[in-house]
Design a protein around this ligand. Structure first.
Ligand SMILES: *Cc1c(COP(=O)(O)O)cnc(C)c1O
Length: 460
């Protein structure tokens, strides 16, 4: 399998190089040069076996079947449910797929538990070490840390805004006792943290000295890993299914679109947004104008631009990288993304539906869901459930629907308690989270000091 950039000028690479590169050198995102067949897998396969079979064509020839099978087994053994990503029925035609049984209680574990192991394997083969730096406002940091905490060839440094993450989220990062894991509380906002990370990557001599790498949601390996749970749900429920996806960077719903493109029996997708509804506006009324981000009860969906949308755009443009690059350039200047009516009709209409659910509605949904089913849902999942309710009422959605539950309710206990009066309990493996010692370093919003810190802990 070879990979091409969505902007058309970066060199084609194999899987291992794409994994380590993250972003393509022309600023684009990597996509498979051609789509493989969806693997045929016997009915008794475990989730890990299904993952190995579905993913094998994407990693050939860099990773052999035995190795991929072992890495998938190890990655999904960290999930605390025998079905890994269980389906729970909550209505006549409505199911929830719980993606939050991994170590850090958010769906990002599904990808990052595997991606961390893929990184470590490839680095070991090449006798290389890397330093992963990242910024987080919450879920990504802890999932990335947990994904690489046992990796010999990786040091990870995660920056988060001092005093601006939830206590559960901070403790999930700062209580990890591994010599290769470091967290830094920056005196600033999440944007300051992200700017520091960008500045470190733009400091070429620093980047090369430290062998900097990233595991953000534009990494192909993350998107690829997420294709598997769509396939898994289709095997269990037969299909055709509609999936509702609480959406931020569009990585998750893009993975679903790839599963559909490969032949999984998926009818359509519901893109669920909170008040930061750029994607809902785009899908419903062709308006993709970026407006400032407002904080909501579902912070992992508080985004302005959905970076993974570029991958769908590339397909819509008949895989023309130059055309995609030009379209994105115009978007950056004018603030509006121009899509031809026939392109919309072919690629978007009838495939993607969308709805917006604000904070008041989110709390209502958490309360109603608990009253109707006894199930506690987190605010991100509630945005998804609310979107399905809206679209079922107006007849845009029919047949069996699967809403992806992207976080465990105990990860966002305040919102759940506000809506239901019940404070969700952390699962047993995290029950003592508030008693574990924290380890972090506070630094000012200053590039030189942050770089010095990275240099002092990274073992490249
Ligand atoms: C990251 C995240 C999302 C958004 O996923 P995208 O792939 O960015 O669209 C939704 N819910 C939760 C809980 C998350 O952590």
């Amino acid at each position: 399998m070879r990979y091409v950039s969505t902007r058309g000028t970066a060199p084609e690479l194999g899987f291992a190089d794409v994994l380590l590169a993250g972003l393509a050198s022309d600023g684009g995102l990597y996509m498979p040069a051609k789509w493989p067949e969806l693997a045929i897998v016997g009915p008794d396969a475990t989730y890990a076996q299904l993952a190995a079979a579905v993913l094998q064509p994407f990693v050939t020839p860099d990773i052999d079947a035995a190795t991929l099978g072992r890495l998938c087994d190890e990655a999904y053994a960290t999930f605390r449910h025998p079905a890994t990503v269980p389906l729970v029925q909550i209505g006549d035609h409505h199911f929830v797929q719980e993606l939050f049984h991994g170590p850090t209680l958010a769906f990002k574990d599904v990808a990052l538990q595997l991606v961390g192991r893929l990184f470590d394997h490839v680095l070991g083969q090449r006798a290389q070490r890397i330093t992963i730096v990242g910024a987080t406002s919450g879920d990504t940091g802890s999932a990335a840390i947990d994904g690489v905490r046992h990796c010999d060839n990786i040091d990870i440094i995660i920056l988060y805004p001092l005093g601006r993450t939830s206590e559960v989220q901070r403790r999930q990062m700062t209580t990890v006792d591994s010599p290769n894991v470091h967290t830094v509380a920056i005196e600033g906002t999440f944007d300051d943290c992200q700017d520091l990370v960008k500045a470190m990557f733009n400091d070429v001599s620093f980047r090369q000295r430290q062998n900097l790498s990233a595991v953000n949601s534009i990494n192909w390996a993350r998107v690829m890993s997420q294709v598997v749970y769509y396939v898994s749900a289709c095997r269990t429920l037969r299909g055709p299914l509609t999936f509702c996806v609480p959406t931020g960077n569009f990585g998750n719903v893009l993975a679903g679109w790839i599963a559909r493109h490969l032949g999984a029996p998926i009818d359509q997708f519901v893109v669920a947004s909170n008040t930061n509804d750029i994607l809902t506006r785009f899908i419903r009324s062709n308006d993709m104008s970026a407006v400032p981000v407002v904080p909501t009860l579902s912070p992992s969906m508080d985004i302005q631009v959905s970076s993974n949308f570029e991958r769908l755009l590339f397909e819509m443009n008949g895989r023309d990288g130059a055309m995609t690059a030009e379209q994105l350039q115009r978007f950056r200047h004018s603030g509006t993304l121009a899509i031809e009516p026939d392109q919309r009709a072919e690629w978007l209409d009838g495939v993607f539906r969308a709805a917006k659910v604000d904070d008041a509605q989110t709390l209502d949904v958490i309360g109603n869901t608990y009253a109707a089913t006894g199930m506690l849902v987190d605010p991100h999942t509630a945005v998804g459930l609310g979107a399905v309710q809206q679209l079922m009422q107006c007849g845009e959605v029919h047949g069996d629907v699967v809403t992806l539950a992207t976080a465990h309710p105990a990860k966002f206990p305040d919102a759940v308690e506000r809506a239901t009066g019940i404070r969700p309990q952390l699962p047993a493996h995290l029950a003592d989270l508030f008693d574990r010692p924290e380890r972090t370093t506070e630094l000012p919003n200053d590039l030189a000091q942050v770089e010095r810190f990275v240099e002092s802990v990274a073992r490249v």
